[in-house]
Design a protein around this ligand. Structure first.
Ligand code: G3I
Length: 367
């Protein structure tokens, strides 16, 4: 069981994905997950947690967390995340502006607490995110030359990845660089200092630098509105294909999957889309899943539709042999779009129909 869990994180079909890191991540993921799975043997299906249902098939299921998991007055959250997820990712704490707000003066104190939390609960801690045009410190915006920005970007990546070397086995290296109105000749986002000053080659530099800092870490490109086949996912496909052709150390692509309850896996041709990335030899993950409620239908109907969409997303992920299903939070209470109740636990930390839909898919989808 644990071998296949490790394999699901560490292996790609077809040609070997990018580079490396696979064996080390496999070992780490196995080590991280073995003891907890042994400590809590799976019970009857009806009583299994999501984590148990995932581990029973060697799969990784996770979510984004914030410092409120440490709140002693709200133990339901910290305990719930440990019970239900075997991977956690910090929603904001490991972003450039949070961790390196003064050049070179890294502040790892909060991130290290998350590492401790993950370690204690035998969870993988995923790193999010090294280079993004948002949540940057002021000094990055003040940089005026290409050379200076490359230097600062490399220093940032080396400082962060080195600190977590051997402890954070997977990184979102570059986040959201494809334009929302993708189309030739410029498929890249224009409101990014990295594109403006360095140009698209910043992506290659970022991946190579992260790889130098921790050759065993698995390195991902991550973006939104790329779940189905569309102009943006076409541009992303061309981008990663050309990175691979140049030998850039990229291991996988993260599909954020911020959608609403009416999202259709079929109409968007999501399976076909994920498969084309898999055929490049890349791993794929759904990395920030949340499913907004919409419209005026009775709440029970909306929750049912939301559950169905969650189930469809996980099923397609399993069918293409994705290596993780990661949600952007745990309870609606602390979602970044709390008003539309997009997560699988409600404001009172009770599991919603979507929770049970995910568990059914984990238990009933062939391996
Ligand atoms: O920490 C400050 C606090 O000190 C201040 O009082 C408060 C006032 O607004 O702001 C707090 O910072 C906020 C931060 O979240 C922490 O709560 C920022 O304003 C707010 O902009 C920030 O939003 C985050 C957003 O990324 C930043 O663009 C969301 O929580 C986070 O969920 C979201 O996550 C992104 C992924 O990283 C990338 N993909 C899209 C996803 C959703 O936007």
């Amino acid at each position: 069981m644990h071998t296949s869990l490790g394999q699901s994180l560490g292996q790609s079909p077809g040609k070997k994905s990018g580079v490396l890191g696979a064996a080390a991540l496999t070992a780490l993921a196995c080590a991280a997950l073995t003891s907890s799975a042994q400590a809590v043997p799976p019970g009857p299906a009806a009583e299994m947690t999501l984590r148990q249902a995932a581990e029973a098939r060697g799969f990784v299921i996770g979510g984004a967390i914030n410092a409120n998991v440490f709140d002693p007055d709200a133990p339901d959250l910290g305990e719930g995340v440990a019970r239900e997820y075997n991977l956690v990712v910090t929603e904001n704490t490991m972003k450039w502006g949070s961790i390196n707000n003064t050049p070179g003066d890294f502040n790892f104190s909060l991130a290290d607490l998350f590492l401790k939390y993950a370690d204690k609960n035998k969870q993988i801690l995923k790193g999010h995110t090294l280079v993004w045009h948002e949540q940057l410190p002021k000094y990055v915006g003040n940089i005026e030359t290409k050379e200076a920005l490359i230097t600062e970007m490399k220093n940032h990546i080396i400082g962060v990845v080195t600190h977590f070397k051997g402890k954070v086995p997977i990184w979102d290296v570059v986040n959201e660089s494809i334009s929302d109105t993708a189309g030739n000749p410029n498929p890249y986002r224009e409101n990014s200092p990295f594109i403006k000053l360095i140009g698209p080659e910043f992506i290659e530099i970022a991946f190579r630098t992260a790889h130098e800092a921790d050759p065993a870490a698995k390195l991902y490109y991550n973006d939104y509105n790329v779940e189905g086949i569309n102009g943006k996912s076409d541009a992303m496909y061309q981008m990663v294909k050309s990175l691979l052709a140049k030998g850039v150390p990229i291991n996988g692509v993260g599909f954020q999957t911020h959608v609403d309850m009416n999202f259709s896996v079929e109409h968007t041709r999501m399976k076909e889309n994920l498969e084309r990335f898999r055929k490049l030899g890349l791993d794929v993950q759904l990395t920030e899943v949340d499913v907004e409620l919409k419209g005026d239908a009775p709440m029970t109907d909306k929750l049912k539709k939301q559950a169905q969409t969650y189930g469809d997303l996980l099923r397609v992920c399993l069918e293409v042999k994705c290596n993780a299903f990661i949600m952007w939070g745990y309870t609606d209470m602390y979602s970044w779009r709390s008003g539309s109740k997009p997560l699988i636990f409600d404001m009172d930390y009770k599991p919603k129909p979507a929770y049970f839909a995910l568990r059914d898919v984990l238990l009933n989808t062939p391996k």
